[in-house]
Every structure is written in C-alpha cells, then in structure tokens.
Write a protein that binds this ligand. Structure first.
Ligand SMILES: [Zn+2]
Length: 254
C-alpha cells in the first residue's frame, strides 16, 4: 500500500490569504489536507479539499475507486463542487457519515444526486478493492460534524490516517482502532502547539498513544503556530516523528 499526501495544511492553507510564504516563515506551500492511497489494484482518496484536483494532477492520478470523507468541514470537503463534475465521467462511491450526508443534503441539495453515496459508520469496516477500512471516531467538531480517522489494512500492512482531531475516543464504537499501525499520518497540533487545541481537558499526547512504527504529522500551519518550517521540523524530530509535506509519498510495509 502506498500513501501520498496531497495536502498537509489546516483550514487556511500555507500561506494563508493575503500572506506570502516568507510571511508564514514556511519553505513550501501547504494545501488543505487530503491523502491518496494506492495499491496495485485500488485507488482511494480521503477527503476532497478545495485543491484536490490540483493534487491529483500533480501525482498523475486519472481515476479513483472510492472517496472517503473524514468530516464535513470546508477544508476537507471544499472541492465537492468540482468532484460533482468528475462524478459525471468516473464511477466511484462517495462514503460519508450520516451527519455529513444530512449536511450535504441541506447545504448543497443540487449536488447530492451527482453521487453514489455510501454510509460510513463508527467501527464498521468497509471494503474497497483489496483494502479493508475501519472508520475510527475521533474528538473534533461533534455533534455538528461527526469526525473520523481511518484504519486501512491490506494483507499484513496497516496504516492509520487521522488528519484533524484533538483526542481519541476509545469508548466509542471503533474508537480504539488507532493503535500499532505500520504508518500513522496524524494531526500535528497535539505535538507542535497543544495550547491551540480547543478542548477543556487537553489530552496527553494522543500521537504517542497511537504507537505506530512510523508517524508523520500533518494539518500544519507555520503562520498560525508562529514557528518556521525548520522550527517545526526540529520539534517533530525531537519527539520521534516526521513532518509531512505536500506530495510526500510513503510505502506502508509491515
Ligand atoms: Zn475540521
């Protein structure tokens, strides 16, 4: 299984509007979060950020078997209008939580008919080609935006993707499926700026709890956390992780 980061930023991207990379103290642009998962027979996109088609063009992907959405926040679904156009020429399923389906129907009623929509339920695995995928509920945005990470498995290879969360939810159905992956791509804020987590009870490093063999951090914004790319890299490396960058690609090996 191969995983390519299509975007590694938070909601505003880097640089944010009306600012430059130099203003942000960043070495490279970061697009909104999305990831491409590929095996020899299966292509999967997780999230539809506003720049998703730019990312897919960059990595040369022309078709997709399924698209999964972590949650209904603009940085993760802002490209859905463009995706509706692609749905006219490609045959893929769009997987959404019931909460996301409700919001989609309410906020964009003219677009829902363009898609074949499938349910994503906490802890209930789905199969896409040779991938088995378990939705993992995480602490972020609930109840307005039920938010998921995913555990992806192919034979003995395992990865976890959770790009936007403050903590795990081990007491919810499927909420404990985040541990011991070969590769974990996880939200960086608990490591680089835990003071920014919007929670009354800040967790003790949920990234460490995942205990993956290899951990890459994403959903980063140099401008917001007021740290340069080099400073972030130093913090992340010191903690034993890697800092993600757009179009970095990882082979998941067990
Ligand atoms: Zn969000």
């Amino acid at each position: 299984m191969r995983c390519t980061l299509l975007g590694t930023a938070d909601v505003t991207s880097v640089p944010p509007p009306f600012r430059t990379l130099a203003d942000a103290d960043a070495t490279a642009r970061r697009r909104r979060s999305g990831v491409l998962i590929e095996t020899e027979t299966t292509t999967l996109l997780i999230d539809v950020p506003p720049e998703f088609h730019e990312g897919l063009r960059e990595v040369g992907v022309r078709t997709v078997d399924a698209i999964l959405v972590t949650h209904w926040h603009r940085d993760h679904i802002g490209g859905i209008n463009d995706l509706a156009l692609a749905a006219q020429i490609l045959d893929f399923a769009l997987y959404l939580t019931p909460t996301a389906q409700d919001r989609f129907a309410r906020e964009m009623p003219s677009l829902t008919d363009a898609f074949t929509i499938q349910d994503l339920m906490h802890g209930e695995p789905i199969t896409v080609g040779d991938l088995e995928i378990t939705p993992i509920p995480v602490a972020h945005g609930r109840p307005e935006s039920d938010t998921l990470g995913f555990r992806l498995e192919r034979e003995t290879e395992t990865m976890v993707y959770a790009p936007d969360f403050a903590n795990w939810c081990p007491d919810m159905k499927g909420g404990g499926a985040y541990t011991d992956a070969d590769l974990a791509i996880l939200e960086a804020t608990p490591v680089v700026a835990p003071e920014l987590l919007s929670t009354d009870n800040p967790p003790k490093n949920p990234v460490a709890k995942a205990a993956a063999s290899r951990t890459v951090l994403t959903h980063v914004n140099e401008y917001v956390v007021e740290k340069s790319t080099a400073e972030l890299e130093a913090i992340v490396t010191e903690a034993g992780y890697e800092l993600g960058e757009d179009f970095a690609s990882y082979t998941v090996a067990s």
